[in-house]
Design a protein around this ligand. Structure first.
Ligand SMILES: Nc1ncnc2c1ncn2[C@@H]1O[C@H](COP(=O)(O)OP(=O)(O)OP(=O)(O)O)[C@@H](O)[C@H]1O
Ligand SMILES: [Mg+2]
Length: 295
C-alpha cells in the first residue's frame, strides 16, 4: 500500500516530470462533468478477496465481495472494527490490490493498468480522504491542498489559484496559512476534504471522515459531501455512526470481510438527504461559502 508522503524532498521526488495529468485552465473538461454524462456503474467489484500474510498467520480481510456502485450514488460503508472497511476502500481507491477477484473502474479492469495509468487514474478521477487526515505537518493548509496538483505537474500560480478555491469551498478561506497543528480537528478534516477535491475528481472516497469530529464539524463535512454528490460526483464514505449513514442514499454493511447488508435509502439520482431537506424547507444553506464547490 502507498504510504503517506512525509517530507518535502519526498514530495519533489514523487512529482512526475513532463506528464501533466490535469489539464490547465478553468474548464477542466472531465470528472464532475463526465460523472453527469456517465450513468453506468463507476465501480464494479467481482468476488474480491484480500488476504494479509503475517508470517504463519493469514488474515482474510475480504471474502468474495461483489458490489456495483453507480455514478452519482452516495454510499455509506458500515461494519464493526476489523470487518474490512478500510481494506475495501483502499482497493476501491487503487491504493491496494486484491488477492483474488476483479475490480473495474468505469468498466476498465484495474489489474490490466500499468503504473502510469494507475497514477493517472488516482490523480484524475479519485479524491481520497484518509481516516487520520494525513496532512503534512509544519506545512500550511494551502500547500497541503496544492500537493495533488504538484503530483499532477501543474505550475505554481495555477496550483495556488485552485488550492485557494478548494479551501474557500470548504469554508477555510481564513485559515489557509495555518499549519495542521494550528487547526481544530474539524478544520483539519475540511483541509483534507479540500485536498481530495482540488483535482476535481468524479469519485470521492472517504475513510471515516467524521470519525474524530464533534457534531457541528460532522454536519459541516457531511454538507460538503452532500453538495459534491449533488454536483454529480460519486461519494463513498466509511462510518460507524448510524446518524451519518442516514445522510446517504445507500448503506452497505460488512461483517468479517463479507457484505451482509445492502440497503437503499433513496434513489441514486435523488438529491442527497441533507439537500433534500434543505430544499423542502425552502431554506438557503447556512454557510454558502462552505458549500460552493468549484475547484
Ligand atoms: N496491512 C495489514 N497487514 C495485516 N493485516 C491487516 C492489514 N491491514 C488490515 N489487516 C487486517 O485485516 C482486517 C480488516 O482490517 P481493516 O483495516 O480493513 O478493518 P476496518 O473495518 O477498517 O476496521 P476499523 O473500523 O477499526 O478501521 C483486520 O483483521 C486487520 O487486522
Ligand atoms: Mg478502518
Amino acid at each position: 500500500m502507498r504510504r503517506p508522503v512525509r517530507s518535502r524532498r519526498e514530495i519533489r521526488a514523487r512529482v512526475p516530470r513532463g506528464r501533466p495529468l490535469i489539464k490547465r485552465g478553468a474548464s477542466d473538461g472531465h470528472s464532475a462533468d463526465d460523472a453527469r454524462r456517465l450513468r453506468g456503474p463507476v465501480i464494479q467489484v467481482h468476488e474480491v478477496g484480500k488476504v494479509f500474510e503475517l508470517g504463519q498467520i493469514r488474515v482474510r480481510a475480504l471474502r468474495d465481495v461483489s458490489l456495483r456502485i453507480d455514478t452519482g450514488d452516495l454510499v455509506a460503508i458500515m461494519g464493526s472494527s476489523g470487518s474490512g472497511k478500510s481494506t475495501l476502500m483502499n482497493i476501491l481507491g487503487c491504493l491496494d490490490i486484491p488477492t483474488s477477484g476483479r475490480y473495474l473502474i468505469d468498466g476498465v479492469d484495474v489489474s490490466q493498468m500499468d503504473e502510469d495509468d494507475l497514477a493517472d487514474l488516482r490523480n484524475r478521477k479519485i479524491g481520497f480522504v484518509f481516516q487520520s487526515f494525513n496532512l503534512v505537518a509544519r506545512t500550511s493548509a494551502l500547500v497541503n491542498v496544492e500537493l495533488p496538483l504538484a503530483y499532477a505537474g501543474l505550475r505554481g500560480a495555477e496550483r495556488r489559484r485552485r488550492a485557494e478555491r478548494a479551501l474557500s469551498s470548504v469554508g477555510m478561506a481564513n485559515r489557509m496559512h495555518h499549519q495542521p497543528s494550528e487547526l481544530s480537528g474539524g478544520q483539519q478534516q475540511r483541509v483534507a476534504v479540500a485536498r481530495a477535491l482540488v483535482t476535481n475528481p468524479s469519485l470521492i472516497l472517504a475513510d471515516e471522515p467524521t470519525g474524530n469530529l464533534d457534531s457541528h464539524s460532522t454536519e459541516d463535512v457531511l454538507r460538503i459531501f452532500a453538495h459534491l454528490n449533488e454536483e454529480g460526483r460519486t461519494v463513498v464514505l466509511i462510518t460507524h455512526e448510524p446518524d451519518v449513514a442516514q445522510q446517504t442514499k445507500r448503506v452497505i454493511r460488512l461483517s468479517d470481510g463479507e457484505v451482509v447488508e445492502d440497503r437503499r435509502l433513496s434513489g441514486v439520482h435523488d438529491s442527497p438527504p441533507a439537500i433534500h431537506r434543505q430544499k423542502s424547507a425552502h431554506r438557503r444553506p447556512v454557510d454558502s461559502s462552505a458549500v460552493e464547490v468549484r475547484p
